[in-house]
Design a protein around this ligand. Structure first.
Ligand SMILES: *Cc1c(COP(=O)(O)O)cnc(C)c1O
Length: 464
């Protein structure tokens, strides 16, 4: 094995507790072209902190709207919680390199070392902390596949906050184990649409027997937050604040690489709402923006939900109910309903505003990959590296492997870093479909994309 030849770099690079980042990095401070401001859905004007504060916690609103402060100190309580499962290791994929017979060096940052099984806990703990600081009783949210709800349930139980999760009804029924993990951590889980909100009742009346959607669950969670005293709504991706918290991933990666004098050529992450990818690449994008270094940054998305590779850069609603503020982003349209896929965490019509602007400015590339090729990569990875990856994470594995294979052909010794966002223990039904050879690939037609674009609000400067 290659590792035996090279003792100078450990198999796993662990930072010490002392080296855990003390501040999150706000890449917007270094961006010349800032992401466009959020618009108030009622006035179509840039949203005020006051208005946002009716839905989100005060400190999180401050983080959301701040385009100039480069570093936000991580409060001691959050750092202490981080220490339970961080710093996360940066692992050299020696076995995968050997299997691919590539001269490339492959590293992955593993975020699956906590019960939620993904990076989402990094932001959940921050959001729960600020809610507690503000003296709130609890928070509400939606969850699709269940990873975000689980992370939030863990964070709320830690700080003694009530946690109300609206879980898309089909997931609630199909993923009973995820639901039970949330309840074990004390969360209240309601299948959406439900009778507990007026928007839920309206949807049930209109579409009896519907199995729900993420957009509908968001609308219910927002209503639940704004109609109960002492509650706010929290979101697990897309927003600037979430991307900010997730920079702990990129900062640790940067520190681990520096520790061993490793210069990456390429950094790859999967992109759903864009927060894990944004958090991983932000410190490296910062170096590019300040003219200090150059890297190839790559976002990987599913071919079934290709917001960067086939979407348009426009203002759009973050939710189907059009309650949340409008964000300028690469979007397929809030009315776009992605085909059922086994990577629930990547089934979102839009993309983080920061990631969208970096992509628009050419700092970031995007690729899209088919589901079956993703599962093939996941199994190859699992069989040599041992970790059972989440289907979402495996999008990044696919492209890292493709790039390593390219290096085999060209003889280039590139250093590839990718984000392994989580584990796939709750995705075994999907692995089963792949193993039985009954998994399909769905690629939306241009006509289907057009139908999605038609749901994007039309106003001067935002026409399709
Ligand atoms: C939610 C999730 C993603 C998608 O993350 P974004 O930050 O929204 O892009 C990726 N991987 C895993 C394991 C997830 O749970």
């Amino acid at each position: 094995m290659k590792s035996l030849e090279n003792k100078s770099i450990p198999y796993k690079i662990y930072l010490t507790e002392e080296e855990l980042p003390r501040a999150w990095y706000n890449v917007r401070a270094d961006m010349k072209n800032k992401p466009a401001p959020l618009l108030d859905a009622e006035t179509m004007q840039p949203i005020t902190a006051e208005k946002l504060g009716t839905v989100f916690c005060e400190e999180l609103v401050r983080q959301e709207l701040d385009d100039t402060t480069a570093y936000f100190e991580i409060p001691e309580e959050i750092r202490n919680f981080y220490k339970m499962y961080r710093p996360a290791p940066l692992i050299r994929a020696y076995c995968l390199e050997e299997k691919l017979n590539t001269p490339a060096k492959i590293y992955y940052k593993f975020e699956g070392n906590n019960t939620s099984g993904s990076h989402k806990l990094n932001s959940a703990i921050a959001q729960a902390y600020y809610a507690k600081q503000q003296g709130l009783k609890g928070v509400t949210t939606e969850t699709g596949a269940g990873q975000w709800g689980t992370a939030l349930a863990m964070a709320c139980s830690f700080f003694g906050l009530d946690c109300q999760v609206y879980m898309v009804k089909c997931s609630y029924e199909q993923k009973p184990f995820r639901r039970e993990v949330m309840r074990t951590y004390g969360a209240n889980v309601t299948p959406s649409p439900s009778e507990t909100t007026s928007v839920g009742r309206k949807i049930l009346e209109q579409f009896p027997g519907t199995s729900g959607s993420l957009g509908c669950a968001i609308s219910e969670a927002v209503e639940a937050a704004t109609s109960q005293e002492g509650y706010r709504y929290v979101l697990g991706s897309v927003l600037n604040q979430v991307l900010l918290h997730q920079t702990v991933i990129g900062l640790e990666t940067q520190a681990a690489l520096k520790k061993y004098n490793i210069k990456p050529d390429m950094i790859i992450g999967c992109a759903g709402g864009g927060s894990n990818l944004g958090g991983l690449i932000a410190p490296f994008a910062g170096e590019i923006l300040r003219g200090e270094a150059n890297y190839q940054l790559i976002a990987v998305e599913p071919k079934s939900c290709p917001s960067l590779t086939r979407g348009v850069y426009r203002y759009d609603y973050c939710d189907t109910g059009a309650i949340c503020p409008l964000q300028k982003m690469y979007t397929l349209g809030n009315g776009f309903i992605p085909a059922a896929s086994h990577s629930g965490g990547l089934r979102y019509h839009g993309m983080s505003g920061v990631v969208s602007q970096l992509y628009e400015d050419g700092l970031l590339e995007a690729r899209s990959v088919e589901q079956t090729s993703v599962f093939a990569a996941a199994e190859e990875f699992a069989r040599c590296e041992g970790i059972l990856p989440a289907p979402e994470s495996s999008h990044a594995i696919r492209v890292a492997m493709d790039e390593a294979i390219r290096c085999r052909e060209t003889g280039e010794e590139k250093t590839i870093v990718f984000g392994l966002t989580g584990t796939g223990y709750f995705d075994m039904m999907s692995y089963g479909k792949f193993n039985d050879g009954v998994m399909g690939d769905y690629i939306p037609t241009d006509e289907e994309l057009q139908a999605g674009f038609a749901s994007i609000p039309q106003f001067p400067g935002n026409e399709i």
